[in-house]
Structure formats: structure tokens, C-alpha cells
Write a protein of this length. Structure first.
Length: 260
């Protein structure tokens, strides 16, 4: 798998016109985290028309009609399905994985043939299954099946493990990877930076100063096509930016090269 200049995993090499890289920072900070490549960033805004009434003359009427731009939103998709990106999508957080285990004993009661039971550990390396008195050792493939990555044990119908009995499982496992805890928080306010090619093919950098970022649509666990996850964000004015002059409080696009 390709990596960027800091060694971050990347599912695509950056070659697509209109594509680029997305970076995110907590609002009010300048420490950015790399989200991944995106093949497109969609920008949209709506406008509101309003009027200023004429209160000085008779019979009154409308003094001025004006238009205000509101509700700047952005959407983008990333092919980098990292734990951090999945957590962002589901408003969750990343927690450390479980440490390795050695000769842990797990007791499972009331087992029945044809069913699977979660042993509470993943990434197993060794498993030994006995009855509750530790006198009978059961045989894998005859009495039970074990899925080492998931830690699921299945009881084989017709084996020596009778229904409604208790089994004692002694297991060891390697340390697991990170865990993603779903729905642990609220929508985050962030600053987004897009570095890539604008729709005209020219290198550009776009800063969205204050964005309420959340997942958008579905997040497939697996698919026949390359899997991506999409985000949407509503842009709010950054109060640290001046309200007068030429600087926007919402976003700024900077072209790398001078435009003809």
C-alpha cells in the first residue's frame, strides 16, 4: 500500500484531476491530522433574498433588495479506512487494543450443538477445551470448531460435548489492534485543509476555517468496489477572522500558481 511523506497509509496514489489530500485539525489549533486522499470535494451554498423597507417616504415600499449567501457546506469521500476515520464517521473514538493473554481460563455454560460462543478474546494463538471437571479434553474438528481471529467457538452436533453442559477453555492470544467505539460523542468542530488540484486542474489549497464535521450516507464494511467513507460539514464563520476587508470568515482558496 502506498504511503504519504509521513508514512500514513494511502489507498490511492494522488493522480486524479480534481483530487487531493484532506487534513483536519481541532478548531482553534494548528495541529493537523491526515485523513486521506479524496477524489472530489463538493462545495455548495445557498442564498437568501431580503428587502429593506422604505420608512422615509410615502407611501413607503421597498428601499433596497439584497442577497445574502448562507449555509456553505462541503462533502468529500476518503478511501483511507483507518480507525481514526471510521471513528470520525460514527462520532466515536479510538481506544487501545487488548493486551496479549496467556493461559486465560474462560468458562462457558449451557452450550448447545450447532451454536457459537464468544470467548471474549480475539487474535487467539492456542486453545484447549475441557469439560467443567477438567478430566475430559475435547478434540478440535470433532467436538468443536474454533475461529482464532474472532475468538468464536462452535459446538459440533454429535460430538462429545453434550447440550446444556459446561466447558472450560484455556486460551492464549496476541495483542489486538485498536478499537473503534461508536457514538461516543457529538459532531466535532474542526478546520479542514484540502491540498490538491481544483476542478480546473490547477494546484490549490483550500482552508475551511470552522466546520461541523459528520459522517454522510453509508459506511460499507466491505464491497465489490473500492470502499470509501463520506463526510459532510456545515461551515460556520470563524470569529477570529476580521469581518471587514477582503478576508473571508468561511473559507479561502489559494492557487499555487498565478492564474492567467
Amino acid at each position: 500500500m502506498a504511503k504519504d511523506e509521513l508514512g500514513n497509509p494511502s489507498a490511492l496514489d494522488y493522480v486524479l484531476k480534481g483530487g487531493g489530500k484532506i487534513y483536519v485539525a481541532d478548531f482553534g489549533t494548528t495541529e493537523y491530522t491526515y485523513i486521506g486522499e479524496t477524489h472530489e470535494v463538493m462545495q455548495n451554498f445557498s442564498v437568501e433574498k431580503d428587502t429593506l423597507p422604505d420608512t422615509e417616504s410615502c407611501p413607503g415600499g421597498i428601499l433596497l433588495e439584497y442577497t445574502t449567501a448562507t449555509n456553505l457546506t462541503i462533502k468529500f469521500a476518503s478511501y483511507s479506512i483507518t480507525p481514526a476515520n471510521v471513528a470520525r464517521f460514527f462520532l466515536g473514538e479510538v481506544t487501545p487494543g487488548t493486551p496479549e493473554a496467556t493461559d486465560e481460563v474462560v468458562v462457558v455454560t449451557g452450550v448447545k450443538g450447532g451454536n457459537y460462543y464468544d470467548l471474549g478474546y480475539i487474535n487467539l494463538t492456542t486453545v484447549e477445551v475441557k469439560d467443567e471437571t477438567d478430566t475430559t479434553t475435547y478434540v478440535e474438528g470433532v467436538d468443536y470448531q474454533i475461529d482464532l481471529p474472532s475468538g468464536l467457538i462452535g459446538i459440533i452436533i454429535g460430538g462429545a460435548i453434550v447440550d446444556d453442559s459446561t466447558i472450560s477453555v484455556t486460551l492464549s492470544s496476541e495483542a489486538s489492534g485498536e478499537h473503534v467505539q461508536y457514538l461516543k460523542g457529538e459532531t466535532k468542530t474542526v478546520t479542514l485543509k484540502f491540498v490538491g488540484c481544483a476542478s480546473n486542474g490547477e494546484p490549490a489549497i483550500v482552508d475551511f476555517y470552522k466546520v461541523e464535521l459528520a459522517g454522510d450516507g453509508d459506511a460499507p464494511l466491505k464491497g465489490d468496489e473500492p470502499v470509501s467513507i463520506s463526510y459532510t460539514g456545515g461551515c460556520a464563520p470563524d470569529p477570529t477572522k476580521p469581518t471587514t476587508g477582503t478576508t473571508s470568515q468561511y473559507a479561502t482558496m489559494r492557487y499555487v500558481r498565478a492564474q492567467a
